[in-house]
Design a protein around this ligand. Structure first.
Ligand SMILES: [Zn+2]
Length: 252
């Protein structure tokens, strides 16, 4: 995971999204108990939060990579517009039942949306949204979100690199960061197929790095290799955090 810099909110969210949020809040206020016990649920419009303009703005900001695992998405999948704070219900722990109604008032809010691969979003994160103190959770739109201390890193607010480091191709909490570890566990960043994909990139980069520091290799060739390596650590590239940590460790 790396930091994400989003531009301005797409008009779909500020216009239609705001109107829809007002409707969701009004529906809740009419019968809070029914939304809490699940007899009533909010109907969310994927045509708004998942609008083409929203998805492409997120893809552009994230260089077409999943916000969590940094895998390139569009070559093999459509990808999801995912809600950082889950819109329909939440869990403090994966073993907890889903508590309703979730963060419905953030369903169309730009700051709550990221582009994600389906596996990070649908298999791992789902409704999981742990807080440092569960009692601080906002249970409806009248709550104060600034009182919540989420355990998952928010790449638009936090610098994930301060919390997650790579030892070779394996991520772990930097200085045992609780938020780093919670993010790695909760988003499944150690899953086998992801490890395999990262490993391929890692092995290639490591070979190049060994060449770049091998003094028996002609300087011109080493420079060319190093140029390619420096490209691989850019935010635009898959698994850039892993490559950056590896290059730092080698003094490159
Ligand atoms: Zn992912």
């Amino acid at each position: 995971m790396i930091a994400v810099k989003k531009g301005d909110a797409p008009a779909t969210l500020t216009n239609t999204g705001s109107t829809e949020v007002a409707k969701l809040k009004a529906a809740f206020e009419e019968d809070p108990g029914a939304f809490r016990d699940g007899t009533k649920t909010h109907a969310f419009k994927s045509s708004v939060y998942g609008a083409k303009s929203v998805k492409s703005a997120l893809k552009q900001a994230q260089f077409d990579k999943c916000f969590a695992c940094e895998s390139p998405v569009s070559a093999v999948a459509h990808g999801d517009v995912e809600h950082f704070r889950p819109k329909g219900g939440f869990q403090q722990k994966a073993s907890d039942p889903v508590t309703k109604p979730g963060y419905y008032w953030l369903a169309y809010r730009w700051e709550n949306l990221f582009f994600s691969c389906q596996i990070c979003n649908q298999t791992h994160k789902k409704n999981l949204f742990p807080l440092r103190k569960a009692a601080d959770r906002c249970l409806d739109h009248t709550g104060d979100l600034s009182k919540e201390a989420p355990l998952f890193l928010d790449p638009a607010r936090d610098d994930p690199r301060k919390h997650i480091e790579f030892v070779d191709d394996v991520p772990r909490g930097r200085k045992n960061s609780k938020r780093g570890n919670a993010t790695i566990d909760g988003l499944g960043l150690l899953r086998d197929q992801l490890q395999e994909a990262r490993r391929k990139t890692f092995v290639m980069a490591q070979l190049l790095a060994d060449l770049a520091i091998d003094e028996s290799v002609p300087a011109e060739q080493r420079n060319r290799v190093n140029t390619r390596l420096q490209e691989m650590r850019l935010a635009t590239q898959p698994y850039s955090a892993m490559i950056d940590d590896m290059l730092r460790a080698k003094g490159l």
